[in-house]
Write a protein that binds this ligand. Structure first.
Ligand code: ATP
Ligand code: MG
Ligand code: MG
Ligand code: MG
Length: 476
């Protein structure tokens, strides 16, 4: 009764043994050939239904989307493009699927359409490939850090710190909204909502991660992260996953080296373990781009792009150099940028993508940003204007990593916190890391979905997370 997964069968030989498979019908041709998919691989398994095996009524129930259990002999296939097939002895319909109503037909659907029926899109080749790759990346992340002796640390989801100081927090309350006290300005007063304290959903596990890193040495978090982003971009979600390693005794260079090695490791892992899914997405992208004018097509296909990233070091430039490049660019001179370019701005995605896609033509690490556009905890450089920050920018997306060497000097940190109105009194726990045995340390955050975007070549972040949370999406 045990089922064998199609992936496992296809990896072996058609030895004539009896097997049981279970899955969903993709197509049923001539009342004779079922293409069965069970989610373990892109490949469907062909099931041959001999004349007379099933009565008319059962044959009618074998429709696209129906769930079947099939037992039969695994034999070599005479058909082209497939090594084996099952000659069915018993077919049981586990679940019917009304073909009049089933939204997924055996044809290509647009991503927009599939986003509207996101609850069913797992059943398509594109999304099953994406989510198998997403899984592989998650596994490879743990493997990478485990090989390096990092400790996987769980930081809290409910916290009272706003690590980024960007005010993009979801408040957490134990009270029904109607019972919340009003603030002086008339809005809701959230200051005592969590059993008498003010709390929010985490925007980053970094500050807590620093506590552990300055004792355990090297740690990483990998968990859900929440930002009240009311922006409808193709790279922001209200709920996303972030990987945040934090390392004691690291400076900015060490931090960049680790981040680059990490990203290359993940790409290599997926290329080795998900070759079929990647090449499917590679072909898919090429087909999609056929409709575009030449200038808008990717210069490299997905697989070539990934290989290129493995073969070349990332470009490393300072923020000041980045601004210089942008100011000298034809795009700037032709007023192609929507946002202003001058020293002091936060780079916008259009600027980041220009640097990566048009100028350097490879991933870029930008360092030493102006201190006024970065968080309080970044280490101040001697110039008094910049901090030891680093962002990694990737083609098609822009920022995928944000990191820095942390300010380990207590006096400098306290002064900066005061300047930026970070509540000093409530953050003594954090300052204790600087008070008792402070050390140089550094870390970064990699947005998991942005990495999945990068590796799958998809262009909208909603398409690489199973259940996207955006201002317009939170039904299921
Ligand atoms: P952006 O400039 O794109 O808004 P950020 O600078 O606000 O990103 P950081 O605070 O540096 O983001 O967070 C670290 C990483 O987390 C980012 O480099 C990115 O990969 C990811 N990230 C940040 N915000 C989001 C979001 N809303 N949805 C998905 N990933 C995100
Ligand atoms: Mg942001
Ligand atoms: Mg940013
Ligand atoms: Mg950032």
């Amino acid at each position: 009764n045990k089922r064998t997964k199609i992936k496992e069968l296809l990896a072996g030989e058609p030895t004539g043994q009896q097997v049981t498979v279970m899955g969903w019908v993709r197509t049923f041709r001539n009342n004779q050939f079922i293409a069965l998919n069970d989610g373990s691989t892109l490949n469907n398994l062909q099931i041959v239904v001999e004349l007379g095996l099933l009565d008319e009524a059962t044959l009618k129930r074998i429709t696209t989307g129906a769930a079947l259990k099939i037992t039969g002999e695994l034999i070599p296939s005479l058909g082209k493009g497939q090594k084996m097939e099952i000659k069915a002895a018993v077919i049981e319909v586990l679940g019917d699927s009304d073909s009049e109503q089933y939204p997924l037909q055996p044809k290509k659907h647009s991503l927009e359409f599939l986003r509207e029926i996101a609850h069913l899109r797992f059943r398509t080749n594109t999304f099953s490939a994406i989510f198998r790759i997403r899984h592989a990346l998650a596994f490879a992340i743990h493997r990478f850090f485990n090989e390096k002796g990092f400790v996987y640390l769980h930081t809290p989801i409910i916290t009272s710190s706003d690590a980024e100081g960007a005010g993009e927090m979801f408040q957490v309350t134990t009270l029904p909204l109607a019972q919340l006290p009003k603030s002086a300005e008339g809005g809701i007063d959230f200051s005592q909502d969590f059993f008498g304290k003010s709390t929010n959903l985490t925007v980053s596990g970094q500050l807590e991660g620093e506590l552990a890193a300055t004792a355990l040495g090297d740690i990483y978090t990998f968990g859900p992260t929440f930002r009240a982003e009311n922006s409808n971009t193709t790279r922001h979600l209200a709920e996303f996953w972030m990987i945040e390693p934090e390392m004691a005794f690291y400076d900015l260079q060490d931090n960049m080296d680790l981040a680059e090695e990490f990203i290359q490791y993940l790409i290599r892992y997926v290329m080795e373990h998900n070759a079929a899914d990647l090449s499917f997405l590679d072909t898919r992208q090429k087909e999609e781009e056929k409709a575009l004018p030449q200038a808008q097509r990717s210069e490299l296909g997905l697989l070539d792009k990934l290989q290129f990233v493995l073969d070349n070091r990332f470009e490393r430039i300072t923020y000041s150099e980045a601004i210089e490049v942008l100011l000298q660019s034809p795009a700037y001179k032709k007023k192609k940028f929507k946002y202003e370019v001058k020293w002091g701005i936060d780079l916008q995605s259009e600027h980041e993508r220009y640097l990566v896609e048009k100028h350097y033509k490879k991933p870029v690490i930008v360092t030493d940003y102006p201190k006024d556009i970065k968080a309080f905890y970044m280490r101040q450089n001697d110039d008094g204007k910049t901090v030891a920050a680093m962002d990694i920018l990737a083609p098609g997306i822009g920022e995928i990593v944000g990191g820095s060497q942390r300010e380990e000097r207590l006096d400098k940190l306290e002064t900066r916190m005061q300047e930026m109105h970070v509540p000093l009194k409530e953050m003594q726990w954090y300052l204790d890391t600087r008070r008792f045995g402070t050390v140089p340390h550094a870390g970064f955050g990699l947005g998991f979905e942005r990495m999945v975007l990068f590796v799958t070549g998809m262009s909208n972040i909603r398409d690489v997370i199973p259940f996207a949370r955006t201002p317009k999406n939170c039904e299921f």
